[in-house]
Design a protein around this ligand. Structure first.
Ligand SMILES: [Cu+2]
Length: 263
């Protein structure tokens, strides 16, 4: 036997390393300012996950370095290692602890997701059309008006973005909103956002979609409801027929609204 493990010391080292890593990681402002009602909730979730990940990483690193140091071969020692066959207590611990952490993460994420995707009665629907390498936007509640390369939405109102990819998979991401959603050819995907800070942001494609991917961006303007109405009323073009048809061709809507009986 190698004697008892210095559990208290290893735990102290794990806690110290977890605290150090967490302090560095949590001091970084990963996605800029928070500009939607979902943003603070997603940031809290991310921070909790960072601390939990730092804990798991620290635990593994501390045990690894302890084992490397304590059980290293002494100079001249050519003998085989001890034939060890498992350790029930250790195996129960390393199964139980990760299971608890993963279940907690799943439950917490589930509750945040159902909270930020709660449908509002006065939600505005905006169609998002993505193609190599440009974004355009349709406003079905406003005469089917069409805007290329520039998205405007009103402040403090839920927006249901319906995504329609025209060629390959693209991904809709406005960092300040914290929401990211894939646009998948053949199906309609939905992103629900309530912007709560007016300003100008950038919509970024985050799915490698070809040579022009890095430049596939659009301007996002969050403005007062009156400003939005004025802007959308001034749009001259209507959504082209080919794009309207692409919506009809989508075979599936994802996610299916709760209660709609979809599978
Ligand atoms: Cu892309």
């Amino acid at each position: 036997m190698y004697g008892r493990l210095p559990i208290a010391k290893m735990l102290a080292a794990t806690v110290a390393l977890t605290a150090t890593i967490s302090a560095v990681m949590l001091s970084i402002n990963w996605d800029g300012q928070e500009a939607s009602t979902a943003a603070p909730k997603i940031d809290d979730l991310l921070n909790v996950m960072i601390v939990l990940s730092a804990f798991v990483f620290s635990l593994v690193v501390v045990m690894l370095f302890y084992a490397l140091y304590k059980f290293r071969a002494k100079p001249g020692d050519e003998s085989d290692g001890e034939p060890i066959h498992g350790n029930t207590r250790l195996e129960v611990a390393w199964t139980l602890i990760p299971t608890i952490i993963v279940l907690f993460g799943a439950g917490y994420s589930w509750s945040v997701l159902s909270d930020i995707e709660k449908p509002a009665d006065d939600a505005l629907t905006v169609d998002v059309f993505s193609q190599q390498f440009a974004w355009s936007f349709g406003y079905p509640e406003n005469r089917g008006a069409w805007s290329q390369g520039e998205l405007h939405v009103p402040l403090d109102r839920q927006v249901d973005f319906k995504m329609h990819a025209q060629d390959v998979i693209h991904s809709f991401w406005v960092p300040e909103w914290r929401i990211k959603k894939d646009n998948v050819p053949g199906i309609t995907t939905t992103a629900i956002v309530t912007p709560d800070k007016s300003g100008t942001y950038q919509l970024i494609c985050t799915e490698l979609c070809g040579f022009g991917h890095a430049s596939m961006r659009a301007k996002v303007v969050v403005e007062t409801p009156a400003g939005f109405r004025k802007w959308v009323a001034g749009l001259k073009e209507k959504v082209p027929q080919s794009l309207v048809e692409s919506i009809r061709r989508d075979t599936e809507s994802n996610p299916v609204p709760l209660g709609a009986g979809g599978a």
